[in-house]
Design a protein around this ligand. Structure first.
Ligand SMILES: CC(C)(COP(=O)(O)OP(=O)(O)OC[C@H]1O[C@@H](n2cnc3c(N)ncnc32)[C@H](O)[C@@H]1OP(=O)(O)O)[C@@H](O)C(=O)NCCC(=O)NCCS
Length: 217
């Protein structure tokens, strides 16, 4: 565990460095290459982006991690739309992973989100990691994916107790998460070349997670 880690809001001077660490963290992790650094680049300009929850983790003057949040919604089975928030990408430089930076970023931003009055967070992620931070399967609240599946990877956390009760329905992330592959590839070329690899264990695990789904009804 790092003792002198600082967590502060991202500034425009940090943008490129954050995109770099996002690329380093995600490269070949879920799929060969990655789009998350491009996502970080475009999300900030999107109306769904929550600037007050855009945090960086700084260690010895260097940014080693980042978390970004967006507005999202549950479309309830009762036809009502319920606002929630979501996060991602969350990234820690590979050489700093496993030292509590990711947990510190997530816990600090969740606490700020609670103070700002947000009531619930829904994310797609590895249940083995997020359950350690208090997340439960969204299925617990009857909440499924936008295409109506209960997905193991869809995790929920109430920031206000009881806020997800009676809100069964489908979770929708903002359209800003739909990546334009060509634009992403062009953006990636502005960084030093990096080799894409297939068949890595983390990629197989990711595939396993995203395919763990069952129809909601
Ligand atoms: C996921 C990530 C943000 C976590 O940050 P971190 O600083 O490494 O995490 P922490 O140090 O707080 O926690 C590390 C612990 O979580 C575990 N962990 C990390 N990722 C995990 C995962 N996907 N599944 C299960 N456990 C995981 C580690 O094994 C470690 O366990 P230990 O404490 O028993 O040794 C970081 O590893 C990362 O950037 N990964 C690549 C990008 C990514 O996957 N982002 C999240 C997408 S949903």
């Amino acid at each position: 565990m790092i003792s002198d880690l600082t967590i502060r809001l991202e500034t425009s001077a940090d943008y490129r460095e954050v995109e770099y660490i996002t690329r380093e963290a995600f490269w070949n992790h879920h799929v060969p290459g990655c789009d998350e650094h491009y996502l970080a680049h475009v999300l900030r300009k999107s109306s769904c982006f929550i600037h007050e929850l855009d945090f960086v983790a700084v260690q010895q003057g260097r940014i080693v991690g980042n978390i970004m949040y967006t507005h999202a919604r549950i479309v309830g089975d009762d036809g009502v739309e319920y606002p929630v928030i979501s996060f991602g990408p969350v990234s820690v430089l590979p050489e700093w992973q496993g030292n509590g930076v990711g947990s510190a970023l997530i816990l600090r931003s969740l606490s700020e989100a609670r103070k700002l009055g947000y009531t619930a967070v829904l994310i797609y992620g590895d249940p083995a990691y997020y359950s350690r931070l208090g997340f439960v399967a969204a299925e617990t609240y009857g909440i499924g994916s936008s295409d109506d599946y209960f997905a193991d990877a869809l995790q929920a956390l109430e920031l206000k107790k009881g806020s997800l009760n009676g809100k069964q329905g489908r979770f929708f992330e903002d359209h800003a998460y739909e990546v334009d592959e060509k634009a992403s590839a062009a953006f990636d070329r502005s960084f030093p070349p990096k080799k894409k690899q297939e068949g890595l264990l983390s990629q197989l695990k990711f595939l396993e997670h995203v395919s763990a789904r069952k129809p909601r009804k």
